[in-house]
Design a protein around this ligand. Structure first.
Ligand code: RI2
Length: 309
Protein backbone atom coordinates (compact mmCIF):
# COMPACT_ATOMS: atom_id res chain seq x y z
CA UNK A 1 0.00 0.00 0.00
CA UNK A 2 1.32 3.44 -0.92
CA UNK A 3 1.80 6.04 1.82
CA UNK A 4 0.06 9.41 1.60
CA UNK A 5 3.29 11.07 0.49
CA UNK A 6 3.99 8.45 -2.18
CA UNK A 7 0.40 8.74 -3.41
CA UNK A 8 0.63 12.53 -3.47
CA UNK A 9 3.84 12.42 -5.54
CA UNK A 10 2.57 9.79 -7.98
CA UNK A 11 -0.66 11.72 -8.60
CA UNK A 12 1.18 15.01 -8.95
CA UNK A 13 3.66 13.66 -11.52
CA UNK A 14 0.85 11.73 -13.25
CA UNK A 15 2.41 8.33 -12.69
CA UNK A 16 -1.06 7.57 -11.39
CA UNK A 17 -3.73 9.39 -13.36
CA UNK A 18 -7.31 9.19 -14.53
CA UNK A 19 -10.00 10.78 -12.38
CA UNK A 20 -11.34 7.58 -10.85
CA UNK A 21 -7.95 6.03 -10.19
CA UNK A 22 -6.63 9.04 -8.29
CA UNK A 23 -9.71 8.94 -6.04
CA UNK A 24 -9.30 5.23 -5.36
CA UNK A 25 -5.56 5.34 -4.63
CA UNK A 26 -6.11 8.31 -2.32
CA UNK A 27 -8.79 6.40 -0.44
CA UNK A 28 -6.41 3.46 -0.18
CA UNK A 29 -3.62 5.58 1.23
CA UNK A 30 -6.01 6.97 3.88
CA UNK A 31 -6.73 3.37 4.81
CA UNK A 32 -3.02 3.17 5.69
CA UNK A 33 -3.36 6.26 7.91
CA UNK A 34 -6.29 4.70 9.78
CA UNK A 35 -4.04 1.76 10.65
CA UNK A 36 -1.03 3.88 11.61
CA UNK A 37 0.19 4.52 15.16
CA UNK A 38 -1.68 7.21 17.04
CA UNK A 39 -2.02 8.26 20.69
CA UNK A 40 -5.81 8.28 20.57
CA UNK A 41 -8.75 8.79 18.25
CA UNK A 42 -8.39 12.56 18.32
CA UNK A 43 -4.79 12.27 17.19
CA UNK A 44 -5.78 9.84 14.40
CA UNK A 45 -8.54 12.14 13.17
CA UNK A 46 -6.04 15.00 13.09
CA UNK A 47 -3.63 12.84 11.05
CA UNK A 48 -6.42 11.93 8.63
CA UNK A 49 -7.43 15.56 8.20
CA UNK A 50 -3.82 16.56 7.54
CA UNK A 51 -3.29 13.72 5.04
CA UNK A 52 -6.58 14.43 3.30
CA UNK A 53 -5.66 18.05 2.82
CA UNK A 54 -2.33 17.05 1.27
CA UNK A 55 -3.93 14.53 -1.08
CA UNK A 56 -6.53 17.06 -2.26
CA UNK A 57 -3.77 19.46 -3.24
CA UNK A 58 -2.09 16.94 -5.59
CA UNK A 59 -4.12 17.95 -8.66
CA UNK A 60 -6.84 20.57 -8.79
CA UNK A 61 -9.39 19.62 -11.46
CA UNK A 62 -10.71 16.08 -11.02
CA UNK A 63 -13.50 16.48 -8.46
CA UNK A 64 -13.45 12.76 -7.68
CA UNK A 65 -10.31 13.35 -5.61
CA UNK A 66 -11.74 15.89 -3.12
CA UNK A 67 -15.08 14.06 -3.12
CA UNK A 68 -13.40 10.81 -2.08
CA UNK A 69 -11.25 12.50 0.56
CA UNK A 70 -14.13 14.60 1.94
CA UNK A 71 -16.33 11.53 2.18
CA UNK A 72 -13.68 9.72 4.22
CA UNK A 73 -12.98 12.75 6.42
CA UNK A 74 -16.66 13.23 7.14
CA UNK A 75 -16.84 9.55 8.16
CA UNK A 76 -13.83 10.04 10.44
CA UNK A 77 -15.16 13.23 11.98
CA UNK A 78 -18.58 11.66 12.57
CA UNK A 79 -16.94 8.83 14.53
CA UNK A 80 -14.37 10.88 16.41
CA UNK A 81 -15.88 9.98 19.79
CA UNK A 82 -15.29 6.26 19.37
CA UNK A 83 -12.52 4.40 21.17
CA UNK A 84 -9.49 4.12 18.85
CA UNK A 85 -9.88 0.44 17.88
CA UNK A 86 -13.60 0.84 17.32
CA UNK A 87 -12.84 3.94 15.26
CA UNK A 88 -10.29 2.04 13.16
CA UNK A 89 -12.74 -0.76 12.49
CA UNK A 90 -15.58 1.57 11.56
CA UNK A 91 -13.60 3.92 9.32
CA UNK A 92 -11.60 1.15 7.59
CA UNK A 93 -14.75 -0.69 6.67
CA UNK A 94 -16.30 2.58 5.43
CA UNK A 95 -13.29 3.25 3.21
CA UNK A 96 -13.26 -0.32 1.85
CA UNK A 97 -16.97 -0.05 1.08
CA UNK A 98 -16.38 3.26 -0.69
CA UNK A 99 -13.66 1.70 -2.86
CA UNK A 100 -15.87 -1.28 -3.66
CA UNK A 101 -18.70 1.08 -4.66
CA UNK A 102 -16.40 2.90 -7.08
CA UNK A 103 -15.26 -0.37 -8.64
CA UNK A 104 -18.88 -1.47 -8.97
CA UNK A 105 -19.81 1.91 -10.47
CA UNK A 106 -17.32 1.65 -13.33
CA UNK A 107 -18.49 -1.89 -14.13
CA UNK A 108 -22.14 -0.85 -14.06
CA UNK A 109 -21.39 2.05 -16.41
CA UNK A 110 -19.61 -0.30 -18.79
CA UNK A 111 -22.62 -2.57 -18.79
CA UNK A 112 -25.21 0.20 -19.23
CA UNK A 113 -23.18 2.21 -21.71
CA UNK A 114 -22.33 -0.77 -23.90
CA UNK A 115 -26.04 -1.06 -24.69
CA UNK A 116 -25.86 2.35 -26.34
CA UNK A 117 -23.21 1.02 -28.69
CA UNK A 118 -24.41 -0.67 -31.87
CA UNK A 119 -22.77 -3.34 -33.94
CA UNK A 120 -20.64 -1.66 -36.60
CA UNK A 121 -20.34 1.68 -34.75
CA UNK A 122 -17.29 3.83 -35.33
CA UNK A 123 -16.54 5.59 -32.07
CA UNK A 124 -14.18 8.47 -31.45
CA UNK A 125 -12.62 8.96 -28.05
CA UNK A 126 -10.15 11.42 -26.55
CA UNK A 127 -7.39 10.93 -23.98
CA UNK A 128 -7.53 7.82 -21.80
CA UNK A 129 -10.51 7.09 -19.63
CA UNK A 130 -10.74 3.75 -17.85
CA UNK A 131 -14.50 4.17 -17.79
CA UNK A 132 -14.65 4.59 -21.56
CA UNK A 133 -12.22 1.77 -22.33
CA UNK A 134 -14.08 -0.61 -20.05
CA UNK A 135 -17.34 0.26 -21.82
CA UNK A 136 -15.80 -0.28 -25.26
CA UNK A 137 -14.30 -3.61 -24.23
CA UNK A 138 -17.63 -4.67 -22.74
CA UNK A 139 -19.42 -3.85 -26.00
CA UNK A 140 -16.80 -5.79 -27.95
CA UNK A 141 -17.09 -8.79 -25.63
CA UNK A 142 -20.83 -8.72 -26.24
CA UNK A 143 -20.30 -9.14 -29.95
CA UNK A 144 -20.47 -5.50 -31.08
CA UNK A 145 -17.91 -5.26 -33.86
CA UNK A 146 -16.89 -1.65 -33.37
CA UNK A 147 -13.96 0.44 -34.56
CA UNK A 148 -12.42 3.11 -32.38
CA UNK A 149 -10.67 6.33 -33.40
CA UNK A 150 -8.38 7.80 -30.73
CA UNK A 151 -6.70 11.16 -30.55
CA UNK A 152 -3.05 11.30 -29.54
CA UNK A 153 -3.96 13.80 -26.81
CA UNK A 154 -1.01 16.12 -26.75
CA UNK A 155 1.03 17.06 -24.85
CA UNK A 156 1.17 13.88 -22.73
CA UNK A 157 -0.14 11.43 -25.33
CA UNK A 158 -2.57 9.52 -23.13
CA UNK A 159 -4.23 8.43 -26.41
CA UNK A 160 -1.33 5.98 -26.85
CA UNK A 161 -2.47 4.18 -23.70
CA UNK A 162 -5.99 3.93 -25.12
CA UNK A 163 -4.99 2.56 -28.54
CA UNK A 164 -2.59 0.05 -26.99
CA UNK A 165 -5.18 -1.19 -24.52
CA UNK A 166 -8.00 -1.46 -27.05
CA UNK A 167 -5.98 -3.06 -29.81
CA UNK A 168 -4.58 -5.57 -27.33
CA UNK A 169 -8.21 -6.47 -26.68
CA UNK A 170 -8.70 -7.06 -30.41
CA UNK A 171 -10.63 -3.86 -31.17
CA UNK A 172 -9.61 -2.20 -34.47
CA UNK A 173 -8.23 1.23 -33.59
CA UNK A 174 -7.08 4.24 -35.57
CA UNK A 175 -4.76 6.84 -34.03
CA UNK A 176 -5.10 10.44 -35.21
CA UNK A 177 -3.41 13.70 -34.35
CA UNK A 178 -5.62 15.94 -32.24
CA UNK A 179 -6.21 18.43 -35.02
CA UNK A 180 -7.53 15.70 -37.36
CA UNK A 181 -10.71 15.27 -35.31
CA UNK A 182 -13.07 17.06 -37.71
CA UNK A 183 -11.47 15.43 -40.75
CA UNK A 184 -11.66 11.96 -39.19
CA UNK A 185 -15.26 12.38 -38.06
CA UNK A 186 -16.28 13.18 -41.61
CA UNK A 187 -14.00 10.89 -43.59
CA UNK A 188 -14.29 7.83 -41.35
CA UNK A 189 -18.00 8.45 -40.75
CA UNK A 190 -17.81 8.42 -36.98
CA UNK A 191 -21.14 7.44 -35.37
CA UNK A 192 -20.53 8.45 -31.75
CA UNK A 193 -18.12 10.37 -29.58
CA UNK A 194 -17.50 8.81 -26.19
CA UNK A 195 -15.42 10.59 -23.56
CA UNK A 196 -14.75 10.36 -19.83
CA UNK A 197 -14.94 13.13 -17.26
CA UNK A 198 -12.78 14.78 -14.67
CA UNK A 199 -15.68 16.75 -13.27
CA UNK A 200 -19.29 17.58 -14.09
CA UNK A 201 -20.87 20.76 -12.76
CA UNK A 202 -24.40 21.20 -11.47
CA UNK A 203 -25.42 22.70 -14.80
CA UNK A 204 -24.25 19.56 -16.60
CA UNK A 205 -21.14 21.15 -18.07
CA UNK A 206 -18.29 18.71 -18.54
CA UNK A 207 -14.70 19.30 -17.51
CA UNK A 208 -12.46 16.85 -19.32
CA UNK A 209 -9.09 16.64 -21.05
CA UNK A 210 -8.30 19.77 -23.02
CA UNK A 211 -9.59 19.40 -26.57
CA UNK A 212 -12.85 17.76 -25.52
CA UNK A 213 -14.86 20.93 -26.09
CA UNK A 214 -13.57 21.26 -29.68
CA UNK A 215 -14.55 17.67 -30.32
CA UNK A 216 -18.04 18.41 -28.99
CA UNK A 217 -18.35 21.39 -31.34
CA UNK A 218 -17.41 19.20 -34.29
CA UNK A 219 -19.85 16.50 -33.18
CA UNK A 220 -22.66 19.04 -32.98
CA UNK A 221 -21.84 20.39 -36.42
CA UNK A 222 -21.84 16.89 -37.92
CA UNK A 223 -24.85 15.67 -35.91
CA UNK A 224 -22.88 12.96 -34.12
CA UNK A 225 -23.96 11.82 -30.62
CA UNK A 226 -21.68 13.13 -27.87
CA UNK A 227 -21.74 10.77 -24.88
CA UNK A 228 -20.00 11.17 -21.51
CA UNK A 229 -19.18 8.17 -19.31
CA UNK A 230 -18.72 9.12 -15.68
CA UNK A 231 -19.12 7.82 -12.16
CA UNK A 232 -21.25 10.18 -10.04
CA UNK A 233 -18.22 10.68 -7.75
CA UNK A 234 -17.03 13.13 -10.44
CA UNK A 235 -20.09 15.39 -10.00
CA UNK A 236 -19.15 18.60 -8.21
CA UNK A 237 -21.22 19.30 -5.09
CA UNK A 238 -19.52 22.64 -4.55
CA UNK A 239 -20.70 23.85 -7.94
CA UNK A 240 -24.16 24.06 -6.35
CA UNK A 241 -22.93 27.01 -4.31
CA UNK A 242 -21.29 28.59 -7.31
CA UNK A 243 -17.76 27.24 -6.91
CA UNK A 244 -15.89 27.22 -10.18
CA UNK A 245 -13.90 24.10 -10.98
CA UNK A 246 -10.25 25.05 -11.32
CA UNK A 247 -8.60 24.16 -14.61
CA UNK A 248 -5.10 22.82 -14.07
CA UNK A 249 -2.43 24.88 -15.79
CA UNK A 250 0.52 22.62 -16.51
CA UNK A 251 4.21 23.15 -17.13
CA UNK A 252 5.01 24.73 -20.55
CA UNK A 253 7.84 22.20 -20.90
CA UNK A 254 5.21 19.57 -21.63
CA UNK A 255 4.47 21.50 -24.84
CA UNK A 256 7.89 22.68 -26.03
CA UNK A 257 10.41 20.61 -24.08
CA UNK A 258 13.63 22.54 -23.58
CA UNK A 259 13.18 24.66 -26.75
CA UNK A 260 13.28 28.39 -26.09
CA UNK A 261 10.76 30.87 -27.57
CA UNK A 262 11.85 34.30 -26.43
CA UNK A 263 8.93 36.55 -25.43
CA UNK A 264 6.31 33.88 -26.16
CA UNK A 265 3.70 32.82 -23.64
CA UNK A 266 3.04 29.11 -23.68
CA UNK A 267 -0.38 28.15 -22.43
CA UNK A 268 -0.83 24.55 -21.32
CA UNK A 269 -4.25 23.98 -19.74
CA UNK A 270 -4.88 20.35 -18.77
CA UNK A 271 -8.65 20.52 -19.24
CA UNK A 272 -11.46 22.47 -20.82
CA UNK A 273 -15.19 22.96 -20.34
CA UNK A 274 -17.78 21.48 -22.67
CA UNK A 275 -21.08 23.27 -22.34
CA UNK A 276 -24.03 21.03 -21.42
CA UNK A 277 -25.83 21.92 -24.63
CA UNK A 278 -23.30 19.90 -26.62
CA UNK A 279 -23.81 16.78 -24.51
CA UNK A 280 -26.45 14.26 -25.60
CA UNK A 281 -26.17 11.75 -22.77
CA UNK A 282 -24.29 11.14 -19.56
CA UNK A 283 -23.86 7.49 -18.59
CA UNK A 284 -23.51 6.98 -14.84
CA UNK A 285 -23.86 4.01 -12.51
CA UNK A 286 -27.47 5.14 -11.99
CA UNK A 287 -28.27 4.96 -15.68
CA UNK A 288 -28.28 7.18 -18.74
CA UNK A 289 -29.31 10.78 -18.11
CA UNK A 290 -29.35 14.16 -19.83
CA UNK A 291 -26.95 16.81 -18.44
CA UNK A 292 -29.96 18.57 -16.88
CA UNK A 293 -30.33 15.67 -14.43
CA UNK A 294 -27.00 16.30 -12.71
CA UNK A 295 -28.57 18.62 -10.15
CA UNK A 296 -30.98 15.94 -8.88
CA UNK A 297 -28.22 13.35 -8.55
CA UNK A 298 -26.01 15.82 -6.70
CA UNK A 299 -28.78 16.70 -4.28
CA UNK A 300 -29.75 13.11 -3.72
CA UNK A 301 -26.22 11.77 -3.37
CA UNK A 302 -24.33 14.43 -1.49
CA UNK A 303 -27.13 16.22 0.32
CA UNK A 304 -25.74 19.53 1.48
CA UNK A 305 -23.18 18.34 3.99
CA UNK A 306 -20.16 18.58 1.69
CA UNK A 307 -21.12 21.81 0.09
CA UNK A 308 -20.19 24.49 2.60
CA UNK A 309 -16.62 23.22 3.29
P1 RI2 B 1 -11.25 7.90 -15.87
C1 RI2 B 1 -8.18 11.96 -17.45
O1 RI2 B 1 -7.38 13.03 -17.00
C2 RI2 B 1 -8.90 12.28 -18.75
O2 RI2 B 1 -9.30 13.63 -18.84
C3 RI2 B 1 -10.05 11.32 -18.67
O3 RI2 B 1 -11.12 11.63 -19.53
C4 RI2 B 1 -10.43 11.49 -17.20
O4 RI2 B 1 -9.19 11.61 -16.49
C5 RI2 B 1 -11.27 10.40 -16.61
O5 RI2 B 1 -10.58 9.20 -16.53
P2 RI2 B 1 -5.78 12.90 -16.78
O6 RI2 B 1 -5.62 12.25 -15.41
O7 RI2 B 1 -11.62 8.22 -14.45
O8 RI2 B 1 -5.17 12.11 -17.89
O9 RI2 B 1 -12.48 7.57 -16.68
O10 RI2 B 1 -5.29 14.33 -16.75
O11 RI2 B 1 -10.17 6.85 -15.97
Amino acid sequence: MLTVNQTFRKIRNMEIRGALDIAIVSANSLLGVVDSDARDTKNLVAKLNFSGKRLKSARPTAVSLPNAVDYILSLANKNRNLEINEFRKKVSSGIKKFIEEQNNAIERIAEIGSRLIENGDIILTHCNSDTVTMMLKHAWDNGKRIKVVCTETRPRYQGYITVRELSKHGIPTTLIIDSAVHYAMRELKVDKVLVGADAVSVSGDLINKVGTSQIALCAKELDIDFIVATESIKFSPRSIIGAVIEIEERNPREVVGSKKFRGVTILNPGFDVTDARYIDMIVTEYGVMPPQAVYSVLKEKFGWELVEK
